[in-house]
Design a protein around this ligand. Structure first.
Ligand code: GLP
Length: 242
């Protein structure tokens, strides 16, 4: 794993954006794996800024999101589909038909997981996967204890995850209890992975991840140590306990 230290959130976001923009310019039909949460918002803003000023085109790009809440409709302002529209898709020229996000309202959720896996495997693979990390080490919504051989699956969210994400909802009780998430094995199939980490809240989990070589299902992000092309792009605060 390569570790790149950025001064702050802004620098982290700009570096991540240049990596994506370079990929899309070099490979206009790149498959991008995208994440939600607060961390990648700055990256998406930088991509929008570049699209407006330099016209980098996403016409041939396909996007694949990591996860979606179960029971939340794509039109709902709390859905990850809505989040992506608001923070990125509405402002760049990626065609609607190229956007892939699991459907958390599918009647048969198991079938939806299989459908998403099929969709992922039909493509030639994700060129760059953006990830954030939960303070318990989750990636996507793969909570501690998730098998490293997992593909897209339904997960029960950890209490700490529901609490952390409650800031996007009116009340904690409104945060869904389950989500559909790409599994660890699905994530590791990406050709390149960029893990974005910012802020003091993530310093403890960065310490757990980076101060040992241990790979352990109790710390889902440690699976990234088994991948040949991972960059951890973290700011000074996130690395302050290392
Ligand atoms: C959610 C998402 C993850 C994200 C994590 C961290 O649980 N499913 O993909 O990495 O939150 O979020 P934040 O970036 O807001 O700290």
């Amino acid at each position: 794993m390569k570790i790149l230290e950025a001064k702050n959130y802004h620098e982290m976001s700009s570096i991540a954006a240049s990596m994506i923009i370079e990929k899309v310019r070099f490979k206009p039909d790149a498959n991008l794996g995208l994440a939600t949460g607060g961390t990648p918002i700055g990256l998406y803003q930088e991509l929008i800024r570049d699209y407006r000023s330099n016209g980098t085109s996403y016409e041939k790009v396909c996007t694949y999101n990591l996860d979606e809440y179960v029971g939340i409709d794509s039109e709902d302002t709390n859905s990850y589909r809505y989040f992506m529209e608001e923070n990125l898709f509405a402002y760049i020229n990626v065609p609607e038909s190229h956007i892939h996000i699991p459907d958390g309202t599918a009647e048969d959720l198991e079938a939806e997981c299989n459908r998403y896996d099929l969709e992922l495997s039909r493509e030639k693979g994700i060129d760059i996967q953006i990830l954030g990390i939960g303070s318990n080490g989750h990636i996507g919504f793969n909570e501690p204890g998730t098998s490293f051989s997992s593909h897209t699956h339904i997960i029960e969210l950890a209490e700490i995850t529901r609490k952390a994400n409650a800031r996007f909802f009116q009340r904690l009780e409104d945060v869904p209890t389950h989500a559909i998430t790409m599994g660890i094995a699905s994530i590791l199939k990406a050709k390149q992975i960029i893990l974005l980490v910012s802020g003091l809240d993530k310093a403890e989990v960065m310490k757990q991840l980076l101060t040992t070589d241990e790979v352990n299902e109790q710390l889902p992000a440690s699976a990234l140590k088994n991948h040949h092309n991972v960059t951890i792009l973290a700011d000074e605060e996130a690395l302050s306990l290392i």
